[in-house]
Design a protein around this ligand. Structure first.
Ligand SMILES: Nc1ncnc2c1ncn2[C@@H]1O[C@H](COP(=O)(O)OP(=O)(O)OP(=O)(O)O)[C@@H](O)[C@H]1O
Length: 764
């Protein structure tokens, strides 16, 4: 009984692949046979030693000191075979890393040859060097050594080979000058050198390691990654040091200011100096293992094949967080069996293909969980198809999650080009192929960000704000920041760019929205006076005071919606619809992407959206109108949906540390301390709200004037009448009707009893 139980436990304890097997305890009656086996082994061993001693002169002549190598090699091979089950071993190594074994044999041969040169390699050693102990033999040994290196460790071998022979080929090489993860290998293109692994595994020859830029994302926002600028080791070491021991930030800002602040090139026309890019940390990027990706590509093909789906991985795009495998669907073949007789008259069955159809994309998408299991990945996302390509994208999380520094995106030429023509250029992050993804807030023109708590919304807002602060002075851009959590945006409180101190009170935030709506109307009037159609045209007019862009940043929309649903929704929609032309842009974030916060109206007016990791498919649909965000990994992993893209694009958002933010704030604060005069005081916001209708209790609806006009024209007023004319929901119409009647001195009871024509209108 006890033996049975034990063996059962052992089977379970193997667990996953590679689990160590513990040997079951042998029953005591096997003790005798054990001793016999040991005895036999000892006898055989002694026999072998006696054999070696008696034939020592012959063995020495044939093998020389190489005998030690031979014994060592055989011992290692036996040890490896005995440790693992032979089948598993064969599956794991023979088929995949068989060339490593050949490499090991070649290495032994090269050492043996070296012994031959030294006169102690025996006949075998002499044969390897062809009995030439001079330069000829040395060349043979070196050649064998390089071959062994290339076979055993292809990447290092390739590097050594390049180092040895690089000088000869350098003048003829085409220098693509791109970072590792971004070069494509279209077959036959000069300068696109297949790796050794590709040479060894011909079925992978067509794999592209690096993507062409995706065509579905507009050129303005989606660009191919630029080469990382040469990173001085000192800068990297400095940023490492910064990360380890945060220095006195004031001191840092003063140092930066001393070093770069006086540079004339950074001086703007209005007397401000823009921060140098060195104010941001440079984080060295993680290198991704190509061998791992090739292995995962093979596993994807195998897993799909085991479910009867013919497909081949033809592209691998290694990104900071996920690696995208571009899978080309194969064929579903219909075969017919034909029975024939061969020339000897024996019956044979032949299979003839009668037709074929492409494998359906849905068949691959439906296998996402099975693929995740095969790859031992927490979750995988399938993009079917990749926009602009006839491939299905399988996104597998990397084993090591990388982070994208804002500096690495800002320093790309694409961003620099966009910045030159768009003042509100923002760095968003890097895509699945490591390409920089940037955008122009003025074209977005408003941005809605959603994601569960801890998914990276605040970091994204900080990156966006810092990016604008890098390129714009307070006369170019002013911010209104609403931070109901009181801790996320308050570090910016003393910035000269703020139109009002950071607003933490929701009532004041509603006041700020109203002020912004008023400011929008005022700007339209001012522009109309000089016949300018938009802010760019207005700012180009001679002899006028420049209008700064106004960016409203709200860190938590849900809190505002709770404080005043109707007002906030109405004001946000009004601003989103009309404010773009006058240079007012909204960036709104929420951690509750539910329909009561992101209403249909708000969604319709915020075409550019970003979703970080959310908890459910429903939330993903609410923010993006499609599923997928529930499979994101958090920590800045996002889906970005630009205005004119059909599908969201996955990217890793830029990371901006608290130290960088504070350095930026110190930098700006250090200039013109007297110029810190916000356009709007927080106290004014409170009074804006209170005075809007003669006190909070008597606050009037923004459609009040229109309703009054309608009442005067029609001579009668009722909720359903207002509902029809103003296209508003019943509750608001009833409230409005009451307000109008009150203003006209009528009794307010009669209209309120009306029943809405359609119950659905209540939801509006
Ligand atoms: N782009 C990024 N790269 C690397 N790490 C990130 C990134 N974005 C966020 N993180 C990590 O995730 C943590 C949480 O991010 P963040 O505070 O922005 O989340 P949040 O969505 O604002 O959460 P909450 O709603 O609770 O404030 C950060 O402290 C940081 O460590």
């Amino acid at each position: 009984m006890s033996i049975k139980k034990k063996s059962k436990l052992n089977i379970n304890s193997r667990g996953g692949m590679g689990g160590k097997r513990s040997k079951p305890d042998r029953p005591s009656h096997s003790g005798k046979s054990d001793t016999a086996v040991t005895m036999i082994k000892v006898v055989i061993g002694l026999g072998l030693i006696a054999l070696v001693i008696s034939f020592w002169s012959t063995i020495g002549a044939v093998f020389g000191l190489g005998l030690i190598l031979l014994i060592l090699g055989i011992t290692v091979a036996i040890a490896v075979f005995k440790r693992e089950a032979v089948l598993e071993f064969a599956r794991k190594t023979t088929f995949i890393y068989w060339y490593r074994w050949i490499g090991a044999i070649v290495l032994i041969a090269s050492i043996w040859g070296l012994l031959g040169i030294m006169g102690s390699g025996g006949a075998v050693g002499n044969a390897i060097i062809n009995s030439d102990t001079g330069p000829g033999g040395f060349v043979r040994v070196t050649g064998l050594f390089v071959l062994a290196l290339v076979l055993m460790v292809p990447a290092a071998g390739w590097a050594v080979t390049k180092w040895l022979f690089g000088g000869i080929s350098r003048p003829f090489r085409v220098d693509k000058n791109r970072p590792g993860a971004e070069t494509a290998y279209p077959a036959g293109t000069p300068g696109n050198r297949p790796t050794l692994r590709q040479a060894i595994a011909p079925d992978r020859q067509n794999i592209e390691r690096k993507p062409a830029p995706e065509t579905a994302i507009p050129a303005s926002v989606m660009v191919e990654a630029e080469e990382k600028p040469p990173v001085e080791k000192a800068a990297a070491a400095k940023s490492d040091k910064d990360a380890r021991e945060p220095r006195d930030l004031k001191q840092v800002s003063q140092d930066v200011w001393k070093k770069y602040g006086e540079t004339a090139t950074l001086l703007t026309a209005d007397g401000w100096r823009l921060p140098p890019v060195e104010i941001l940390d440079y984080t060295p990027e993680i290198e991704y293992g190509e061998a791992d990706n090739q292995e995962r590509a093979r596993m994807i093909e195998e897993a799909l094949g085991s479910y009867g789906v013919e497909a081949a991985v033809v592209q691998i795009n290694a990104g900071p967080t996920v690696t995208q495998f571009g899978v080309e669907p194969g064929w579903d073949r219909k075969v017919k069996e034909i029975k024939e007789k061969d020339k000897d008259g024996n019956p044979v069955t032949k299979q003839v293909e009668t037709g074929r159809t492409r494998v359906k994309v849905d068949r691959i998408s439906s296998l996402s969980n099975d693929l995740a299991l095969a790859l031992a990945a927490p979750s995988i996302r399938i993009e079917a198809p990749i926009p602009g390509k006839s491939l299905v994208g399988i996104e597998v999380p990397n084993t090591m999650l990388g982070s994208v520094s804002m500096r690495s995106v800002i320093e790309t030429t694409a961003f620099q080009k966009l910045k030159a023509k768009a003042p509100l250029a923002i760095a968003l992050g890097k895509g699945a192929g490591g390409e920089a993804v940037i955008g122009d807030l003025a074209k977005m023109p408003h941005l809605l960000i959603a994601g569960a708590t801890g998914s990276g919304k605040t970091v994204c807002l900080n990156a966006l704000i810092c990016c604008l602060l890098m390129n714009n002075t307070p006369s170019d851009v002013r911010f209104i920041m609403v931070d109901p959590k009181r801790v996320e945006l308050t570090p910016y409180n003393s910035m000269p760019h703020l139109a009002a101190p950071v607003i933490v009170d929701v009532d004041k935030a509603i006041g700020a929205l109203k002020w912004l709506a008023g400011e929008m109307d005022r700007r339209y009037k001012t522009m109309a006076e000089v016949t300018a159609r938009n802010i760019d045209a207005y700012n180009k007019k001679p002899g006028i005071e420049k209008m700064p862009y106004l960016v409203l940043v709200i860190d938590e929309l849900a809190d505002l919606m709770m404080a005043g649903f109707d007002d906030v929704e109405h004001l946000l929609c009004r601003l989103a619809q009309m404010a773009r032309a006058v240079g007012i842009h909204l960036v709104v974030a929420t951690q509750r992407p539910s329909v009561d916060v992101i209403t249909g109206l708000i969604k319709a007016n915020f075409p550019t959206r970003i979703s970080f990791a959310v908890t459910s498919q429903v939330d993903s649909r609410t923010i993006l109108d499609s599923i997928g965000a529930e499979k994101l990994l958090g920590r800045g992993d996002m889906l970005y949906m630009p205005t004119d893209a059909a599908k969201p694009k996955r990217l890793q958002g830029c990371y901006v540390s608290d130290q960088e933010t504070e350095r930026m704030v110190y930098f700006w604060n250090g200039q013109h301390p007297d110029a810190n005069s916000p356009m709007l005081k927080v106290e004014e916001l409170a009074s804006t709200q209170a005075n809007a209708g003669g006190g909070a209790a008597k606050q009037r609806d923004s459609l009040f004037e229109t309703a009054m006009q309608l009442a005067e024209e029609s001579g009668n007023i009722s909720a359903s009448f207002l509902q029809r004319k103003l296209h508003i929901g019943y509750p608001r119409a009833a409230r409005l009707a009451d307000e109008v009647k009150e203003a006209l001195g009528q009794d307010t009871d009669d209209g309120g009893a009306e029943v809405p024509a359609d119950d659905n209108t209540l939801l509006r």
